[in-house]
Design a binder for this molecule. Structure first.
Ligand code: HEC
Ligand code: HEC
Length: 140
């Protein structure tokens, strides 16, 4: 997360899910997301024009610039990015469907530092319901 997080980003974009770090998607993906808030992954996340412009500008400023984030992932989902799939390759597909997880987009189910934007191995937890085999992806 950038050192200073725009207050309206936290207020409006963390109401239904985690406030995703802007650096995890390229500028073009954020642009499309901000243009389509009325049809946002099956939800209506519309905001007034002023707030859309403010958040949109902030996301453009802090969008991902590293090479690995340059690609625009399918559906502008960071969870469909090549880097995301690589980092989570040891996680069995069934794990994303567990009631304690629900979706790969629900970072906080496994990453205890989600709110602070910390996704390293030191801030991991095992969600409830993992089998012994599935548990091995959490090699601590
Ligand atoms: C009314 C609820 C709601 C609000 C408000 C909302 N979202 Fe979402 N968002 C969703 C849902 C539902 C999904 C799909 C989650 C899933 O697949 O598990 C989603 C998914 C996303 C994803 C893709 C996550 C992935 O799978 O990689 C991004 C990025 C995103 N939202 C950004 C934003 C931004 C930016 C805002 C603020 C302008 C915002 N959201 C506000 C409901 C919302
Ligand atoms: C079902 C649990 C789970 C969910 C949900 C999940 N992750 Fe992870 N993530 C892991 C595990 C376990 C690792 C460590 C994998 C390893 O070390 O091989 C990891 C690794 C990572 C890494 C690499 C960390 C490093 O130090 O290399 C990043 C970045 C990351 N996750 C981001 C995210 C983001 C962002 C989300 C939400 C959009 C998310 N993850 C959702 C379990 C999860």
């Amino acid at each position: 997360m950038p050192a200073k997080v725009l207050p309206s980003y936290t207020a409006e974009c963390a109401a239904c899910h985690t406030a995703y770090p802007p650096g995890m998607l390229p500028a073009k993906s954020w642009q499309r997301i901000m243009k389509g808030l009325d049809q946002h992954y099956g939800s209506d996340a519309s905001l007034d024009a002023k707030t859309v412009a403010e958040i949109g500008q902030w996301l453009q400023t802090h969008a991902g610039t590293y090479k690995r984030v340059a690609e625009e992932p399918p559906q502008d989902r960071l969870t469909k990015s090549v880097w995301f799939e690589r980092k989570h390759r040891k996680i069995e597909p069934a794990v994303w469907q567990l009631p304690s997880v629900k979706s790969a987009a629900n970072c906080a189910a496994c990453h205890t530092g989600t709110e602070q934007g910390r996704f390293d191995d030191d801030h991991l937890q095992r969600p409830a319901g993992l089998s012994a085999r599935q548990s091995r992806a959490w090699n601590d």
